[in-house]
Design a protein around this ligand. Structure first.
Ligand SMILES: Nc1ncnc2c1ncn2[C@@H]1O[C@H](COP(=O)(O)OP(=O)(O)O[C@H]2O[C@H](CO)[C@@H](O)[C@H](O)[C@H]2O)[C@@H](O)[C@H]1O
Length: 687
């Protein structure tokens, strides 16, 4: 990938083919060039930019100039001149793909001119046959005005220049992509768990790194105040017809541009009902296959039909397909679009947040999915004999996640440990062999967290702020939490917390078995969660039994989750399996010590405490127990409680080490970009 760098004293000329299918022009608001202001201040002496085109095929032909040369001096820039430049525009760099085609122009467009060029190219493209390309030549010339090289440039200015240059090179050397997240939830619009967190924050970070990012998810309206979250999204007035379930469904698109991201909400009456995205008090919705089939079809159309910020994303994009709900996207790309020449340059990456849910339905439902009949094999799934309901049950089903595994270009999970676990019989949920067969394109990247939302030094949900430098506020958070929960206010008593979905995955049964024994100790315990009614009832009953020690908060409540994270001393996560886990990351950032089962992302992110390591000062950020048994969980908790009571300085060191860990999304985003690059280097898995 080449990129054009404008540096002082450099003079270069470029001439290239721009294949419009492969061309991703970005309006400046979507470039994420936060440094545009200082880039404009750079002392480019003269910049010349011209764009010409010709209606010829790739075999060659004359160039026909349609654009005016833009010449301007940027010497001795003052505010007025800078404003002038903004009007005229600056070409910052060019990205090409491996074949040399331009895939992105990094430019600060001249106001008006930019629209003229781009809308011209796009309107021409729509008039031409698919195999036409518009040829363009971009000349860029930087001429040093020697006279302006004054002697009195001091060292400070030079070093400032150097910093700017490094920063500019960093921006320009980065390859940017058109990224389309497809997800059943994205915070703050919708969230039932970690999927919502990830799809609410990773897109923003990627957009900040210069990518053009769209997130496609349903517009859930459930008749509660939560509906207001969608108030900023407006109807794009683009309707499409989706052919599925033996009929035709009309879906609409709503859009909000926020934090550099195009949030696109697919609208259909089936998303408007009481409950959460997947179900209500009676269990999972019976038509989830239908609802998420609509989402996938709509997500495939969105980059082609939605003029976001004036321009569609086009056919060259990267789909980030999250969990089974989005799993039909790679199947649709392979079966419905590529055979007709669309999305030939697109790639899809399946991100597995939870293999425990695969979107499995009876085989007869295949005809509902809007896929060609001959693609049945991609989704075909046969239950093992032991899992069938009766002797005559052939166990035939369709499995949407399986379809995604066999058609996506690459596969990601949310930690390295989990990437390995899903290739084993124990962790593979029946898909381990398939996943093993794709091991070469399977990677794990640990999730980051939104460090601005989860920051104990500024969190709006907690009573007192604190940081690794000054931990005093944490004690006040604990007191406030005990008060809020109606527990005895006892700073010396260890307070243990649990936050999460009340699900088999989370090891709630272990807590349930362990509580009667644990309640003999001098301890307080608070649980926040909703899900399985069996566990909800048990939490209520435990609260009634252990009035002075136990609180079970049934429900989904984000402010309370922040207050528990800040106010507790210990956070317990006895998950049976945990692809990444976010609560242990939040806990460490808030100086709350995690006690976790040794699995998946928990093992990858929590470092087991070792009191004598690190020159005798101790190392580690929490306790990791194994095997998954009540006894080992209780033993780890008791060691943690003893350390809390009897070794204050050791405890503080544990807190600080956790608080100073880097869990930002930036680290994860860089690794995601590496995977994007690999995805684009390889040809499509299903051409
Ligand atoms: N009752 C409640 N009230 C308020 N907030 C609540 C809550 N119950 C849960 N939450 C919040 O939901 C999120 C849960 O995230 P997790 O990563 O722990 O689990 P989840 O299993 O949903 O996610 C799956 O996807 C994520 C993202 O990849 C993986 O980390 C994880 O391992 C995988 O199982 C946290 O932000 C938590 O605070």
């Amino acid at each position: 990938m080449e990129s054009l760098q404008l540096t002082r004293g450099m003079c270069c000329k470029l001439s290239m083919n721009i294949s419009l299918e492969a061309c991703s022009f970005r309006p400046i608001r979507q470039l994420g060039f936060v440094h545009s202001d200082h880039l404009l201040r750079k002392r480019f002496r003269k910049l010349k930019l011209a764009v010409v085109r010709s209606d010829v095929t790739e075999n060659g032909g004359e160039f026909e100039n349609f654009g005016d040369d833009l010449n301007f001096n940027t010497n001795s820039i003052d505010e007025k001149e800078r404003e002038e430049e903004e009007k005229r525009g600056v070409l910052l760099g060019i990205d090409r793909d491996e074949s040399g085609s331009v895939i992105a122009l990094h430019l600060i467009p001249p106001s008006g001119y930019y629209e003229t060029v781009v809308s011209f190219l796009f309107s021409e493209n729509s008039r031409f046959e698919n195999n036409w390309s518009v040829k363009a030549s971009v000349k860029s010339e930087v001429v040093v005005d020697k006279a302006a090289e004054t002697q009195d440039e001091d060292e400070a200015a030079e070093s400032e220049d150097k910093d700017e240059r490094i920063e500019e090179e960093k921006v320009q050397n980065r390859v940017t992509y058109n990224i389309v997240f497809v997800t059943a939830e994205a915070a703050p619009y919708s969230k039932t768990g970690g999927l919502g967190d990830v799809c609410g924050s990773l897109p923003v970070v990627l957009a900040g790194r210069g990518h053009r990012v769209m997130v496609v998810s349903p517009r859930y309206l459930n008749g509660t105040p939560a509906d207001k979250k969608f108030a900023g999204a407006f109807d794009l007035d683009r309707r499409i017809k989706v052919h599925c379930f033996e009929g035709e469904q009309e879906v609409a698109f709503f859009h909000e541009y926020k934090n550099g991201v195009d949030w696109v909400f697919v609208d259909h009456p089936s998303y408007h009902r009481a409950g959460n995205p997947y179900g209500d008090g009676h269990g999972a919705f019976g038509d989830n296959q239908f609802r998420f089939t609509l989402l996938c079809h709509a997500a495939c159309e969105a980059p082609l039909v939605l003029p976001l910020g004036g321009y569609t994303y086009g056919g060259k994009c990267l789909f980030l397909v999250n969990d089974w709900h989005a799993g039909l996207v790679p199947v649709l790309l392979a079966s419905k679009y590529r055979p007709y020449g669309t999305y030939k340059d697109a790639r899809s990456i399946l991100v597995i947040h939870n293999l425990g849910h695969q979107g499995v339905e009876p085989a007869v439902t295949y005809k509902n999915l809007g896929l060609p009949q001959e693609w049945y094999g991609a989704l075909e799934w046969v239950f093992p004999t032991w899992a069938r309901t009766h002797a005559l049950d052939p166990g035939e089903a369709v499995n949407i996640l399986k379809g995604a595994i066999v058609t996506a270009d690459r596969i990601l999970t949310v930690s390295k440990g989990y990437a390995w676990e899903i290739t084993t019989v124990e962790g593979g949920y029946g898909l381990n062999e398939l996943l093993s067969s794709r091991r070469i394109v399977l990677n794990g990247i640990v999730n980051g967290i939104d460090v601005s939302e989860w920051d104990p030094s500024s969190d709006g949900h907690i009573v007192s702020h604190y940081s690794a430098d000054d931990l005093s506020g944490k004690a006040q958070c604990k007191t406030a939490l005990q008060k809020e929960l109606g527990l005895p206010i006892r700073p010396e008593c260890p307070l243990i917390g649990f936050i999460g979905r009340l699900d088999y995955q989370k090891g709630i049964d272990l807590i349930r078995w362990g509580i009667p024994e644990l309640m003999h100790d001098d301890v307080q315990f608070v649980m926040l969660g909703s899900g399985d009614p069996l566990y909800e009832d048990w939490m209520r009953a435990a609260e009634a039994t252990y009035r002075d020690k136990f609180r079970g908060w049934v429900g989904f409540n984000v402010p309370i989750s922040h207050r528990i994270t800040a106010g507790c001393d210990i956070l317990l996560m006895p998950s049976r399996y945990e692809p990444c886990g976010l609560n242990q990351l939040y806990a460490m950032r808030y100086g709350t010590i995690p006690v976790v089962h040794a699995t998946g992302g928990l093992r990858d992110t929590v470092e087991n405490f070792s009191p004598y390591a690190g020159d005798g000062n101790g190392e580690g950020t929490g306790w990791i127990f194994s095997p998954l048994a009540k006894e080992s969980m209780l033993q780890a908790l008791r060691t943690a409680m003893m350390t809390y009571r009897d070794h204050k300085s050791t405890w503080e060191a544990l807190m600080r080490r956790g608080m100073l860990r880097d869990f930002t999304w930036e680290t994860a985003a860089i690794q995601y970009e590496q995977v994007f690059e690999w995805a684009c280097i390889d040809p499509p898995y299903i051409p």
